[in-house]
Design a protein around this ligand. Structure first.
Ligand code: FPP
Length: 247
């Protein structure tokens, strides 16, 4: 499928307009494993492979920003062995798979509170950010220990601190300034948010940033998600008429 690299005009939607920023809620790993009589961790491993495939595909077709939801602030509530296996998976990915993204010039960023991860994982996250920061390809935001409400609380506290210390005047608080205090500061808001697995929920993902995002819910579990499903989501998105509150 051929895509136009840039939007011509937000009102004039053409057949396959490429979103600048895509968000993906990688959901359905557990159900995928259950259907096969496998442990949930097998679903997460399969999901990690899909993550790698779809990330490269997004970069190949010219997406500029991709944000994936890997671990939420609420996911710590899962059984201990599931959390442990996810941490193991993140470590092995940060050691191996993300190094692969070098060939695609992908810039890796982590959004969320790193401080709750163990030291090795935090170190790997920082190393990945540092080593990729001067690349010129797609920006990949990996949301880990991320919750949008938590992000907004953190932003409000930082704004209060800056007002108190005189660095910021209350008169300068506006929508743009709030965006600038979020983890995604400096990035465009997501145009398209994809949720596989058929659930109609936002699940605390990019609440502020998705004010005008188009949601596409797909009936596929994340480990089964194919490049053709991404094409399909982009096609659905590009046929939507985005009005931003206008007519
Ligand atoms: C939600 O599915 C998925 C997760 C909580 C984990 C997502 C993580 C990955 C896909 C691994 C990605 C790896 C890196 C390095 C980013 P679920 O377990 O809630 O599925 P269910 O709703 O079917 O139970």
């Amino acid at each position: 499928m051929a895509f136009f690299a840039k939007k011509k005009n937000r009102e004039e939607l053409t057949e396959s307009v490429l979103p600048l920023h895509i968000g993906i809620i990688m959901d359905g790993n557990g159900r995928w494993a259950k259907k096969r009589g496998l442990p949930r961790k097998a679903g997460h491993s399969a999901g990690a492979k899909t993550f790698r495939k779809i990330t490269r595909y997004c970069s190949d077709i010219g997406i500029k920003y991709l944000t994936v939801y890997a671990f939420s602030t609420e996911n710590w509530k899962r059984p201990e062995d599931e959390v442990k296996s996810l941490m193991k998976l993140f470590k092995s990915y940060l050691e191996e798979a993300l190094a692969d993204f070098k060939d695609d010039s992908i810039v890796v960023k982590f959004i969320g509170d790193k401080s709750q991860f163990d030291e090795d994982l935090q170190k790997l996250m920082i190393e990945n950010e540092e080593s990729s920061k001067n690349r010129d390809g797609m920006v990949l935001n990996i949301a880990m220990n991320y919750g949008s409400r938590d992000e907004i609380v953190r932003a409000v506290k930082n704004i209060c601190d800056d007002v108190q210390s005189g660095k910021l005047s209350q008169d300068n608080i506006n929508e743009q300034l709030i965006s600038d205090y979020l983890y995604t500061a400096g990035q465009p808001d997501p145009d398209l948010i994809i949720r596989p697995s058929g659930e109609y929920r936002i699940s605390n993902f990019l609440l502020w940033q998705s004010a005008y995002s188009e949601y596409v819910i797909m009936n596929k579990l994340w480990p089964d998600f194919e490049k053709s499903d991404l094409d399909e989501a982009i096609k659905i998105y590009s046929n939507r008429n985005r009005r931003y509150g206008g007519v």
